[in-house]
Design a protein around this ligand. Structure first.
Ligand code: TYM
Length: 335
């Protein structure tokens, strides 16, 4: 399917890590050249966890700087902070009324997160409805995401269908757009779990992390005892190869992957060599991003970029909501 308008979101809390970058952000930067692209820093979603109000605004701003440094161009992409467009929450309420409790109860992310919390808010439970509202508010037909968000996307599609059949044709059913590579980068210290910011420092590599610290983390990545000829790859080694493939795709040194793969197949690969190569190639990708970040931070322009992004987003959102309110029969305005 050809998509014409894509929407995606990222939570502002926590560090932007290479899972986010390879799974989502770098795809956004490519897509913005071909289709309408709307990228949202989802602060309403973040407050489903216990975030400190004193740091949330700064976190949203920092995430915007990270994204622009990573290649999102606010001239091409509508980049904004979710709560600057309160229509997200209005649509969320309406969509909540066409979302089944049973469907929400099946969301694995909710089961996962709620099992770790003493206090489980209803916001955490209805989180996927807000995600559906984010996407449908802009009538987006494509959603570039990593694999962990696919179940939420299926729910968004069901919600769109149910709204359309109850109130009339309004929303396209958004398609997940998942990259062939990078859709599921694993944790360095537990390669059977996805890389995430919540698991702890040793699990992820931050896009903006100092070089020394990245070297240490890559060097201590969990592997296995060393290959023997004909062995299958362990999850840790296969994750390192994936990071290497993604990095060399950007640096142009894809030959390195072939070379190391054939050493692995012959049982002769030194893992220290693999790790050093991963580190070097990854740094070639991250170094220019880190440099751009430093320049952007010094310029202080980002807040204005976000305000102008929110103005553009609000214009679309207002139009959608007028149609939705009329279809549902809400309010006193007759149009
Ligand atoms: P978030 O903030 O957890 O992650 C942002 C994006 O990064 C991807 N990602 C990964 N990709 C590959 N490997 C990994 N280890 C990895 N970890 C994260 C995610 O799949 C995501 O694409 N609920 C969403 C935010 C959201 C959203 C939306 C997304 C809110 N509304 C509407 C799309 C459309 C989330 O928490 O992403």
């Amino acid at each position: 399917m050809m998509v014409t308008r894509v929407f995606s979101g990222i939570q502002p809390t926590g560090t932007l890590h290479i899972g986010n970058y390879f799974g989502a952000v770098r795809n956004w930067a490519v897509m913005q050249n071909d289709v309408d692209c709307i990228i949202c820093i989802v602060d309403y979603h973040s407050i489903t966890a216990d975030v400190d109000p004193k740091t949330l605004r700064q976190a949203s701003l920092d995430m915007a700087i990270d994204l622009i440094a990573s290649g999102i161009d606010p001239e091409k992409t509508i980049l904004f902070v979710q709560s600057d467009v309160p229509q997200h929450t209005e649509l969320c309420w309406i969509l909540g009324c066409v979302t089944s409790f049973g469907d929400l109860s099946r969301m694995t992310q909710f089961k996962d997160k709620s099992s770790k919390e003493a206090f489980v808010s209803s916001g955490l439970f209805t989180y996927p409805v807000l995600q559906a509202a984010d996407i449908l508010l802009y009538l987006a037909d494509g959603v570039p995401i990593g694999e962990d968000q696919v179940q939420h996307l299926e729910l968004s599609r069901r919600v769109a269908r149910r709204f359309n059949s109850r109130f009339g044709e309004m929303f396209p059913e958004p398609e997940p757009v998942v990259g062939k590579k990078g859709a599921r980068i694993m944790s360095l210290s537990d390669p059977t779990a996805k890389m995430s910011k919540s698991a702890g420092e040793s699990h992820y590599v931050g896009v903006m992390e100092p070089e020394n610290s990245i070297r240490k983390k890559v060097r201590s990545a969990v592997t296995d005892m060393g290959p023997e000829a004909g062995d299958a790859m362990s999850p840790g080694i296969s994750n390192l190869f994936e990071i290497l493939e993604l990095s060399t795709e950007a640096t142009g040194k894809t030959g390195l992957v072939e070379e190391l793969r054939s050493e692995f197949a012959g049982g002769a690969l030194m893992y220290s060599k693999l790790k050093d190569t991963v580190f070097e190639q990854l740094m070639e990708v991250l170094r220019p991003i880190q440099q751009r970040r430093a320049e952007l931070e010094a310029s202080g322009d980002v807040i204005d970029m976000l305000r102008s992004g929110a103005d553009k987003a609000r214009a679309i959102a207002t139009k959608t909501m007028a149609q939705v309110r009329s279809l549902v029969g809400l309010g006193t305005d007759s149009d």
